[in-house]
Design a binder for this molecule. Structure first.
Ligand SMILES: Nc1ncnc2c1ncn2[C@@H]1O[C@H](COP(=O)(O)OP(=O)(O)OP(=O)(O)O)[C@@H](O)[C@H]1O
Ligand SMILES: [Mg+2]
Length: 249
């Protein structure tokens, strides 16, 4: 997620047969290529606007885990509603209803990011306040992340250091990089997408990574605006720990 992965208009992206079938004659627009080789297509418009997230078999994208988490979170916060899941020999897919708005890294926000950064901060705060820790069946603790990470199990990082005491347990987004925040055209936060890692953890696990992703997408100098919009003073030790953990897992 370190680079912007919005396809250019003249990029030729092959459309998998399953996605053509799901579109059923509606317009198909590739909107996102992830670093692993997954592709998200936007299908149709208006009431039937929907998104098909597709991955070939060798790509590690947990679409089943994401669908489970979306079904759980939908009761509390604006997240994509699951419409369909499936698989064939070519790949797997998850189809969700379109949420209003566009990614916070759409071209207009990249050139003038202040409103997008503020929405990322205040939107993350709203997500953390809306999702109930006591009801959440998913875990994103430090131990669970190490256990699930193939990178960590092959080469544990001795420089990670000890886990800081929990500041506040919340249900974290799990991939709070700024492209996963959606905004209306006026800059209002409209929701989050991309929930395959959602789970209970210290809020700094999300805050550290969300703030780090601002630099990847908008350049330096936006972290203060982000933390102010969330309503928290930066905690350098926890930020450093959770950024190391992100890199190590
Ligand atoms: N239901 C939806 N409503 C609106 N936009 C959506 C929806 N689903 C996906 N998108 C758009 O498609 C993009 C890609 O979706 P998503 O982030 O889930 O894919 P990903 O491949 O897991 O991304 P990443 O590279 O962050 O891992 C999002 O940033 C968002 O702009
Ligand atoms: Mg994403």
């Amino acid at each position: 997620m370190e680079t912007v992965q919005i396809p250019d208009e003249d990029d030729v992206i092959p459309v998998p047969a399953a996605v053509t079938a799901i579109a059923a004659g509606d317009a198909i627009r590739p909107v996102w290529l992830n670093e692993l080789g997954g592709i998200t297509f936007e299908l149709g418009e208006g009431d039937v606007r929907r998104f098909a997230k597709w991955a070939p078999p060798d790509v590690e994208l947990d679409l089943t885990g994401e669908a489970e988490r979306l079904r759980w979170a939908a009761a509390y916060s604006p997240v994509p509603r699951v419409l369909a899941e499936g698989a064939d020999a070519e790949g797997r897919w998850l189809v969700t209803a379109g949420l209003p708005g566009r990614s916070a890294v759409a071209r207009r926000w990249r050139s003038s990011p202040r409103l997008a950064v503020q929405a990322a901060g205040s939107g993350l705060r709203r997500l953390h306040e809306a999702l109930p820790v006591d009801e959440c069946p998913f875990d994103w603790s430090v131990a669970s992340r190490k256990a699930r990470s193939s990178r960590w199990s092959s080469t544990p990082d001795p420089a990670l250091g000890p886990e800081p005491p929990i500041d506040r347990l919340v249900v974290c987004h799990g991939d709070p990089c700024v492209p996963n925040t959606l905004l209306l055209d006026d800059g209002t936060w409209s929701g989050h997408v991309d929930f395959d890692a959602l789970g209970v953890a210290d809020r700094w696990a999300d805050l550290a990574v969300a703030s780090m992703s601002l630099g990847w997408n908008y350049g330096d100098g936006w972290e203060g605006v982000f933390f102010e919009a969330y309503g928290i003073a930066p905690d350098p030790a926890r930020i450093a720990f959770y950024r190391r953990l992100w890199d190590a897992t």
